[in-house]
Design a protein around this ligand. Structure first.
Ligand code: 4AZ
Length: 264
């Protein structure tokens, strides 16, 4: 298996490693290096602009994944973010644009539903729904229904959001970031990823030349099409590499399962 990236929850180790890497770069760089780019490529934004954008954190409020508020007490995220977690090990934080902020609403989680078919992100089924102990006072996102499969037409503009790393080996962004990327055809994504691309369960987005993508720490967050939740950040080969678009959970396939959880 090639080096696929998925969510990293070793936040402290990652920060230490990144600090060392930055020090090395500063000491050795002969000329100016490019400024770190958002997500990878994009701009800063706020949870005021995207109020349904949730931080999924550990019990100490260290963010490790994203999630999308779809009702006052339900958050859609990736199954791979929740593997090994328990209701006592995670929190959901809303209304907090900055990772180092202390504002917003922090909720405990009373239930973690992981798609029972989930095994590994490259096998699909990468969806989970969290039930919150405290209602979030924020505007929710609507999500695609199972019949809306045409939203994934190749070339359609999609929006990605997260606090993830701003380059493949970079550090997380303190401020929420966003970018837009075109949906990639299933045939093209199959050319990139072969049998790891499960067409029924995944959709790809990104530029042929790379440069704009989700990366480590963005997992579980939204891919919006026309402002509607249509995908979940799932996996990819590296980040923003030419020929390797980001891979997102194809939410139309799981819409009914999600609705069952949202109504439970
Ligand atoms: C991650 O580790 C991750 N470039 C998310 C998305 C992508 C790679 C890694 C896609 O959370």
């Amino acid at each position: 298996m090639f080096g696929l990236n998925r969510a990293r929850r070793t936040a402290v180790a990652a920060v230490a490693a990144t600090a060392a890497a930055v020090t090395t770069a500063l000491l050795s760089a002969p000329t100016a290096v490019a400024a770190p780019q958002p997500i990878v490529g994009g701009t800063t934004t706020t949870t005021t602009a995207y109020p349904f954008m949730m931080q999924i954190t550990d019990a100490s409020q260290n963010q490790f994944c994203g999630g999308t508020l779809v009702s006052a007490t339900k958050v859609v995220t990736a199954a791979h973010c929740m593997v090994g977690e328990s209701t006592s090990s995670v929190r959901v934080v809303g209304g907090r644009t900055y990772l180092n902020g202390t504002n917003g609403t922090v909720s405990k989680v009373s239930k973690i539903w992981i798609n029972p078919s989930y095994t590994d992100a490259t096998n699909g089924d990468d969806v989970a729904v969290l039930t919150l102990s405290t209602s979030m006072p924020y505007t929710t996102a609507s999500y695609v229904s199972s019949s809306q499969t045409s939203v994934y037409a190749a070339g359609t503009t999609a929006r990605i959001l997260g606090w993830g790393t701003t380059s493949e080996s970079g550090s997380s962004s303190n401020q929420l970031r966003t970018a837009t990327v075109p949906i990639v055809s299933d045939s093209s994504c199959k050319s990139s990823y072969g049998s790891d691309f499960v067409q029924t369960d995944m959709v790809c987005a990104g530029y042929t030349s790379g440069g704009v993508d989700t990366c480590q720490g963005d997992s579980g967050g939204p891919l919006l099409i026309g402002g509607v939740l249509a995908g979940i950040t799932s996996w990819g080969e590296g980040c923003a590499e030419a020929g390797y678009p980001g891979v997102y959970t194809r939410l139309t396939t799981f819409s009914s399962l999600v609705t069952a959880q949202v109504n439970s």
